[in-house]
Design a protein around this ligand. Structure first.
Ligand SMILES: Cc1cc2nc3c(=O)[nH]c(=O)nc-3n(C[C@H](O)[C@H](O)[C@H](O)COP(=O)(O)OP(=O)(O)OC[C@H]3O[C@@H](n4cnc5c(N)ncnc54)[C@H](O)[C@@H]3O)c2cc1C
Length: 461
């Protein structure tokens, strides 16, 4: 039942998808309630209070890129863009302590990074030409072509070395999957959108604060001004629905939540548990989601007694770790580094102690100052269901945001966004879910932001 003619929306899940959807609908006159099962917002892109130190620690460092126009728009809307710092230089390091700086020249895309590629110390001149050839071949590919990536690379003059030292270095961390399991489509997307389409696409944006801080005062003020209520510690037990519509939400605390519209913005592996079994069995739209498979990410958190390196970040080539982030002196006398290892399926057998040992040894090779330093504390975190795996043809299992149930939309990085599982993908899905509800409410509107380089008609949210 509408209250005073205002449509009510219940958004299940306070990750970036749910928050972006709430922002888009709240600012369009809907009364939105976000129901989040945890005591914090941000979902997978969030922080926890470390019981050892009391500090807010990211479960895993997240980075954005210049091509992430919707995430940028969302952070700009709620007023936290200043908490991210663009990194126009990327530092690539190898165990022999050599370093290459990857930065743009003042030339138009796609030539702006040509000299940076040619300066990569970890590729031979012949390998650089092979990589350049690979980029040209990518541009000629159809955007939707999705054969196995490794086969495609080998068929386009790439070698084991260019795959492991270039394509793998960029793609395994961007897509959280190994080259032998990936499809071409999202690899092409990362490389074209990130490195070729626009001069700023590749610029990494690093949060300068723990991720949890992004959902602080600014967000609650903005939500307060736009009719969005957030309930944390509010877990939905089930979505009570038939094909004809959602009636209400049954909460784990025994209460019910009513609304006119519902947005299910939970991770893909949670969807079937929340919906009626019969609905999932009847509707391939819901049933197909079970075909998505997860890929894990491991982060190694190390607190040293001194500064062991001064770069803000480094991409590790030929190493177990993929990225190292330097958070500096977080408390007096404690210097915090975080190493991210993507697609860690193969490391499952090693155990966290062995992973930490290998990472500390590896960092010692790369950063000589580490030899003098003492590890004060450490923590290894593995997110087993970090992202969906972008295997060939994965899009056939990703549903659009408008579900077959008339008053239900779905959102999440796993829905059909045309993007891999990223914060940008999550925000896109939230905006698309809001578009789906607006269309069904008879008020169709475009909310999604254009890609970098095509933003001619910027509109406020
Ligand atoms: C370790 C790791 C590293 C990553 N690194 C990057 C990176 O560097 N850059 C990048 O762009 N992306 C990165 N990602 C991916 C990014 O975190 C996700 O794509 C994005 O945060 C997904 O947002 P979401 O809203 O779709 O889902 P989620 O963040 O999973 O949000 C879903 C929310 O639903 C809530 N929920 C679940 N069940 C219920 C229920 N029954 N009732 C109420 N609420 C419920 C959950 O608590 C959660 O808050 C990384 C992910 C991981 C795990």
């Amino acid at each position: 039942m509408k209250e005073c003619g205002v449509d009510r929306v219940a958004v299940i899940g306070g990750g970036l998808a749910g928050l972006a959807c709430a922002a888009a609908l709240g600012s369009r006159g809907f009364r939105v309630t976000v129901l989040e099962s945890r005591r914090r917002l941000g979902g997978r892109a969030s922080s926890f209070a470390d019981p050892d130190s009391g500090q807010l620690v990211d479960a895993c460092q997240h980075v954005s890129m210049g091509c992430c126009t919707n995430l940028d728009h969302f952070f700009g809307t709620i007023g936290v863009s200043h908490l991210l710092s663009p990194q126009p230089r990327l530092h690539f390091v190898t165990p022999d302590r050599k370093r290459s700086v990857f930065k743009a020249d003042p030339w138009p895309a796609p030539f702006h990074l040509g000299r940076a590629l040619m300066g990569a110390h970890y590729l031979t001149p012949a390998e650089k030409l092979r990589v350049a050839w690979g980029f040209l071949a990518l541009l000629r590919e159809k955007p939707d072509a999705d054969p196995p990536l490794r086969d495609w690379l080998l068929a386009h003059r790439q070698t084991e070395r260019t795959i492991s030292r270039f394509w793998g270095v960029v793609l395994v961390s961007a897509l959280n999957e190994t080259v032998d399991r990936l499809g071409l489509k999202y690899a092409r997307k990362v490389l074209v959108d990130g490195f070729m389409r626009h001069r700023d696409g590749f610029v990494v944006h690093l949060p300068t604060v723990p991720l949890g801080r992004l959902y602080g005062e600014e967000l609650s003020n903005w939500f307060g001004q736009h009719g969005v209520e957030v309930r944390e510690n509010a877990a939905v037990r089930s979505v009570v629905a038939t094909r004809d519509g959602v009636q209400h939400l049954a909460m784990r605390d025994g209460t019910t939540v009513n609304a006119d519209w519902f947005v299910l913005a939970v991770p893909f592996e949670r969807v079937a548990d929340l919906l009626p079994e019969s609905l999932v069995a009847q509707e391939p739209y819901f049933g197909n989601i079970a075909n998505l498979t997860p890929s894990p990410i491991t982060s190694v958190h190390l607190w040293f007694d001194r500064e062991v390196q001064s770069l803000p970040h480094a991409v590790l080539v030929d190493c177990l770790g993929h990225w190292v982030f330097n958070r500096g002196e977080v408390t007096p006398g404690e210097f915090y580094l975080q190493v991210v290892i993507s697609a860690t399926r193969a490391l499952r057998e090693l155990g966290h102690d062995e992973i930490r040992r290998r990472i500390v040894t590896e960092l010692g090779q790369v950063f000589p100052a580490l030899g003098q330093a003492k590890v004060l504390r450490s923590k290894v975190v593995t997110e087993h269901t970090a992202t969906f795996s972008a295997v060939p043809g994965v899009d056939q299992w990703r549903p659009p945001q408008a579900s077959p149930v008339p008053n239900l939309a779905v959102a999440g990085d796993w829905t059909a966004t045309g993007w891999p599982a990223t914060m940008e993908g999550a925000v896109r899905s939230g905006y698309l879910a809001a578009e789906a509800i607006l269309a069904r409410a008879g008020r169709p509107q475009r909310i999604l932001r254009p890609d970098l380089g095509t933003q001619r008609h910027a509109r406020p949210i």
